[in-house]
Design a binder for this molecule. Structure first.
Ligand SMILES: Cc1ncc(COP(=O)(O)O)c(C=O)c1O
Length: 339
């Protein structure tokens, strides 16, 4: 079976499992798990921030970040494509009592020069504009990345206007590898960020929120009340520490395979558009006469899993468990399909 639905489908490597098995653990609700403490320190240092918090998922990290940074009746500026808007079932309203102010720019990006005009004036009947929320890379936009200059301008615009800036960096290391900026660069252009271990980095579980000491202390309280306080989860944190050391540079191979696959996909007339992948995600628009479901089903008969993404779109994601041999097999199957 070849699984291109997501970069979340990977299994830990033997070396990662060995790191997990030998991890020292303790009760993290008491703050006593050495492997979690080490991972949190590692993550904070990487991004040049004071502290970090290990969480079960990217969604929980996102909801914690919104809760910590906002008060009920606040508004958050973000792009329509953002995960918090599209795929978290209005959790922002449930947990934080806030609303989102959506932008619609190209590639799922918020632009610095639109910030000032999106801020509400201070009237009792308008939500208070509190922060800007970016997604880097942007999943729904096909893994698009902000440039460092775009991020710097956005952070400057936020600071000029008294807004906080948070980055949902579920796939921040894909952006870092593709764009050539560093974790320290990213730490300097946001107040806080999240990143996932369980996507391109190939871990079974886990995400981290990184920020100032006071923000992370508050985040820890919110994580607990959301049921995210884990006990001997150092086994999982050890996978994270391993991945941060061994699985970042190799993301370039995922990006390369995505480009090769995207180039090949362009030749089939029943695929109307193929995104140009900057990172590890390819978006296809299937001709409505064929239909995305028919294409996904045809691939599945050849044991290749892909996923529909609405409006006859299909998403393909390359990852740690997608090898060159698998890429060759996918290319052969594509050549054999007839519609
Ligand atoms: C950009 C982005 N943020 C957050 C998440 C949520 O992560 P999780 O599935 O770990 O809850 C995802 C998941 O795909 C994502 O793509």
């Amino acid at each position: 079976m070849i699984d291109l639905r997501s970069d979340t489908v990977t299994r830990p490597t033997a070396a990662m499992l060995a790191a997990m098995q030998s991890a020292p653990v303790g009760d993290d609700v008491f703050g006593e798990d050495p492997s979690i403490l080490a991972l949190e320190q590692q993550a904070a240092a990487l991004f040049g921030k004071e502290a970090a918090l290990f969480c079960p998922s990217g969604t929980m990290c996102n909801q914690i970040a919104l809760k910590v940074h906002t008060q009920a009746l606040d508004e958050v500026i973000t792009h329509d494509f953002s995960h918090i808007n599209q795929y978290e079932s209005t959790g922002f309203a449930l947990f934080s009592g806030i609303k989102l102010r959506l932008t619609n720019g190209a590639e799922g990006k918020v632009a610095a020069d639109e910030i000032a005009s999106l801020i509400n004036p201070p009237f009792d009947w308008l939500a208070h504009t509190r922060m800007v929320w970016l997604e880097n890379t942007c999943n729904k936009a096909g893994g698009s990345c902000y440039t460092l200059a775009e991020l710097q301008n956005l952070y400057a615009a936020c600071q000029q206007n008294g807004l906080l800036l948070h980055i949902d960096g579920a796939r921040i290391f894909n952006a870092i590898v593709a764009q050539g900026y560093t974790t320290q660069d990213i730490g300097k252009v946001c107040d806080s960020l999240n990143f996932c271990l369980s996507k391109g980095l190939g871990c079974p579980v886990g995400s981290l929120m990184v920020g100032s000491g006071s923000v992370i202390r508050q985040a820890r309280r919110v994580r607990k009340v959301m049921g995210g306080g884990m006990r001997q989860a150092g086994y999982l944190a050890a996978a994270g520490s391993y991945a941060l050391e061994h699985h970042i540079e190799r993301l370039a191979s995922d990006h390369h395979r995505a480009k090769t696959l995207a180039t090949a996909l362009q030749q089939y007339p029943y695929i109307s558009t193929v995104s140009t992948p900057e990172t590890n995600i390819i978006m296809l628009q299937i001709d409505p006469k064929v239909g995305a479901t028919a294409w996904v089903n045809a691939m599945a008969t050849h044991h290749i899993k892909t996923v529909t993404f609405g409006n006859n779109m299909v998403r393909l994601v390359t990852h740690l468990d997608f090898t060159d041999a698998m890429l060759e097999r996918v290319l052969t199957v594509l050549d054999s399909l007839r519609f």
